[in-house]
Design a protein around this ligand. Sequence first.
Ligand SMILES: Nc1ncnc2c1ncn2[C@@H]1O[C@H](COP(=O)(O)OP(=O)(O)O)[C@@H](O)[C@H]1O
Ligand SMILES: [Mg+2]
Length: 441
Amino acid sequence: MTDLLDQDQRDRAAEDLDSSVFIEAGAGTGKSSTLVDRIIKTIRRAETPVRIDQIAAITFTEKAGTELKHRVRDGLQDARKEYPEDGLIVDAIRNLDAAKVGTIHSFAQSILREHAISAGIPLGFTVADDAVASAQKANRIREAVEVITDSLDESTMAVLSAYRINTGTLREVVAGIDDNFLRLSAAAFSDDRSARFASTQKDVVADLKDYWARAQEACKDTSDKLYVGLAEQLPPLIEVLERGDPTEMGAYLLEKFKGSDVKMPSLGVGGKNGSWDDQTAKEWRAEYQSFASAVSECLFAPGDSALRRALAIAWPHLGQAREDRARRGELEYDDLLTLTRDLLRRDRDVRAYLHDQFRVLLVDEFQDTDPIQWEIIRLITADPGDPSARPLPGRLIVVGDPKQAIYSFRGADVDTYRLAREQFSSDGEDLGEILSLTTNF
Ligand SMILES: Nc1ncnc2c1ncn2[C@@H]1O[C@H](COP(=O)(O)OP(=O)(O)O)[C@@H](O)[C@H]1O
Ligand SMILES: [Mg+2]
């Protein structure tokens, strides 16, 4: 085989067994193949071979997990053909079923099975299937919204209703929070934005007043269509913003912005350049439009604050539901990850045990990782006594393509990818090499 341009990077990715490696590359560049190569080299390592059951190879979706299993099996079978005398490969093939190759959820589930008591969950815990989980979820959301409507103060309820945020909307929003529970924290709902909005509000009012004063000065014909439109829309808008009454702002927002934040209240058509000084009628119109996003943000601010107050009430209810599931041992899918993370954080012995058990952790499709999963990975690959959980050299191999991220809730997941990449670099924690594959097959 002729050497590829990036052969050096490929070799280091597969062979630098004493370094941890972060491999970043696009689709079809041989990332998964490199990972399998690395597994074979790890198993055949000259002085210190590693058994297949001491390797964990994980990924995030079921589909990728199944593919990874097949790739590892095929890789081992090819290696057996290449090195028919190598007993280590024969052993690996024989023990492949015991190997932790698959999704991070199945990996976490097997950890919890073995350490249920330490994790504080019943030995025979179950993981709900999709139908049961979605029925439970619907109940939980309904209850959380009931808690909101029962305990939210009347004036906040009135603001929500002015913004037409009804129980249906609340259910949708709370369901979204429940879906993304692992990626959020209570801080997401703390109502600390009012101060910022108050100052934005002042600025916007000042800017609109200034614009309106300049427009009145520059217009030579008050029957001009554009002028008529501005005279109709601007003074009432400025008044609504100055008064700052939440109910009035909500009503105005719904009537004039119709739920979109890209267009100012309509001025109708027309406006002649001859009627205007300083800039053309078109430019005066464009300047009016330029206020759209700032104005709509101000108008929505009271609704936003009220919604945050409502969600801050729902949040602990969702957390409590999680704790109840763990106590009963009736888990949902993502509980597997939170419970594993909590177990590793809390129990030094279990952490040391898993650190010994898994000599090498390889992660495919790393762009789909989230903060909880990354924490689990760090806690297992670091020295068990290290509070900063810094993965040890050679323990961790991640491969990913930031362009392929499948989840994108506020970019949280790709943020984890970037954060981890930063931690690999010498400006970060210097966890290991960052390599990139460029040849596309
Ligand atoms: N070094 C290589 N030489 C030739 N073909 C390769 C090489 N590495 C991978 N391939 C082939 O390229 C394709 C994509 O490889 P894969 O490892 O699945 O890429 P990725 O995980 O980056 O999407 C596969 O069909 C694989 O067999
Ligand atoms: Mg791949």
